[in-house]
Write a protein of this length. Structure first.
Length: 69
């Protein structure tokens, strides 16, 4: 790991939140905190179970982790 407070320390979380914000769209479209929370939970479930990426050999994150262990 790099030194404290450098870009490499924050890269995984910044990447995650960038994808989340990009795919959810404008926050003003939600009518309240409960609706936003549900949308975020649904997106996280989708990302972990259905979102397939080539860098993970065409598998979802959960499938990739199960095969790696």
């Amino acid at each position: 790991m790099s030194r404290k407070a450098t870009a490499l320390d924050n890269e995984p979380m910044e990447s995650f939140f960038n994808k989340l914000k990009t795919e959810l769209g404008e926050l003003s479209q939600f009518n309240g905190v409960a609706e936003l929370k549900t949308a975020i939970e649904n997106w996280i479930h989708y990302y972990n179970t259905e979102c397939i990426q080539i860098k993970r050999k065409g598998q979802s994150p959960i499938e990739y982790r199960q095969l790696a262990s």
